[in-house]
Write a new protein. Structure first.
Length: 103
């Protein structure tokens, strides 16, 4: 289970809510292995709105000050160091080109 009851979460870019319920669905592979999927009932900050979401549609809430998208990109880059190094190299090349053009 990725999220806990009472945990603040983010749906999409900026909708903040709290996990109210968790539903687990178990399934079994032909070879006997067991696995589970979860869905979460999220109560929005507006008290009259709530809906069910699959795990891949929800992100952990960090805080209001941090751009959620920026944090997710940073986390993805930390998980993928070769990509981060390539992006830094390309950014450095771009900066050098700008300096050469400006004289």
């Amino acid at each position: 289970m990725k999220f806990s009851i009472g945990e603040k979460v983010v749906i999409g870019k900026d909708v903040i809510g709290t996990v109210e319920q968790v539903e687990e669905r178990k399934f079994y592979y032909k070879d006997g292995r067991e696995s589970s999927t979860y869905k979460y009932l999220v109560q929005y900050e507006e008290p009259w709105k709530k809906d069910w979401y699959a795990e891949d549609k929800i992100e952990h809430y960090l805080n209001d000050e941090i751009s959620v998208n920026k944090v997710l990109i940073n986390v993805n880059l930390l998980c993928n160091l070769p990509l981060a190094k390539q992006l830094k190299y390309e950014n450095d090349q771009l900066e050098e080109t700008k300096k050469r053009i400006q004289g």
